[in-house]
Design a protein around this ligand. Sequence first.
Ligand code: GAL
Length: 512
Amino acid sequence: MKKLLSVALLFALLVAFVPASLVTAAPPAQGEDYTVQADDWLSKLADKFYGDVNAYWAIMSATNQANAEDPSYARIENPDTIEVGSKLAIPAQDDAVAFMADFDPTEGDVSKLFASGASGQLLVGNWWTAGGEFAGVNEVYKIYREENPDVELIHAGLAGGAGVNFQAANLNKLIAGDPYDTFQLHAGLEAELYSPEEYLQPVDDILAETGVLDVMPEDLKALLKIRGNTYTVPLNIHRGNVMWTNTEVLANAGVEAPATFDEFFAVCETLQGQGVVPLGMGIADGFELGHTFEVVLAGTVGADTIKGLFNGSVSWTDPGVAQALENFSKMLDCTNDDRSTFNWVGGIDLVINDQAAFNIMGDWAYGEVIAKGAIDKVTWNSPPGNQDQFFLVSDGFAITKDAPNPENAREFVRIMTRKEAQEAFNQNKGSICARTDCDYSTGFPGGGAYFQGSADDFATNAIIPMVTHGSGAIPTWQGQFGQIVTQFSSDRDVAAAQNAFVLAAEDAGFPQ
Ligand code: GAL
């Protein structure tokens, strides 16, 4: 006993005199509590206690389980941020090892990281991790949590704009029989990715029972139907084609926002002559190039032709496609050279931070403008040629057929149909409601000017379901479209790209 005590004392002295980063604690034989110190982070603690940086998941899980019993323990939602002074539960070495043996973070084993409420969990799979994105969905969470305090709602957010990482991970989970309760998907053909008859529950009864169908735009309703059933409860309508403009950069340069491609290229030359980046762009998520080309294509060939290209009534040999590729190539020459080093958020950040005049992106970028307090200097215009066209991108949630907590999921999507939930969500997200009766004049940033304008345009413009965001083409065709555009962005070979489009359209079942 004496010996044990002196070992403990020696260890305490060591702790006192050795910098924290060099200290390796004895692996805990029993669970213990730990108070977070400055400069602690979870993987560092995992290394210290277990000699395994990855075992931070075990600490997160144990702490969240402890929090459910005793709120003096921290609730860790995001392992990257733990607050100094908060109390953690450090599991015993054996328990940590057992947890890690059974835990696969790449499989999105996220439910194991949290406790279960008296009425179970609600596992919400999505890709909303950027500032405006999370701020939006968190408003829906707040309503759900307030009304369902017995349910442990888990935000399972996997970064990657447009769902580039989430969609594959989600499909794997469905196939593996380990589904989220509910997950984010776009209205339209994206549902086909998830074999809806096999893996999803129809939500037609929920839509009917809530009365939301009476106020849902017809274009959206049509998009939601898959072989007679609806699998998605829509939360918003994003506009995919907006040119975000920094008014101060433009004023300083003495130029005005261009409306046509010719005007755009003239402004581009003037700005470049002054050392200003005309078109800010970030492409690291992989969807941004295809997105921008789609907007340029519509601006070049018009709404009817672009829809025809994707429904087989217009061939990709159309000379307008070649012209659009030429326009796109010239536009790429107006962008920042480091575009591949950051994603769409970095692209809109260039405009927010006065480093570029324009950014072409959907209005989720407005969510970033709002979150970063820049609405006074960032305004919106139609990208060249896009006047009177509205690219429809709608986010919604589906319920999985084998949802572990089906009732919780049904209640979650029921809340999403409500006017006040959609208003709270959309004023952070940059989108308009998936219902026609929202009031954009109260609570919305900037007096709701952007939102009301978008709603008015949605009611009057030509609506184009956006391919890059899952609405306008089956997933394989969408994927090939993006790949062809990415290839073109490096080789700039118009004929090769046009040929590749022809083959991809034929693959998708549209003889050219
Ligand atoms: C879109 C989605 C938006 C936004 C954006 C960037 O596909 O509809 O809600 O999140 O991706 O991630």
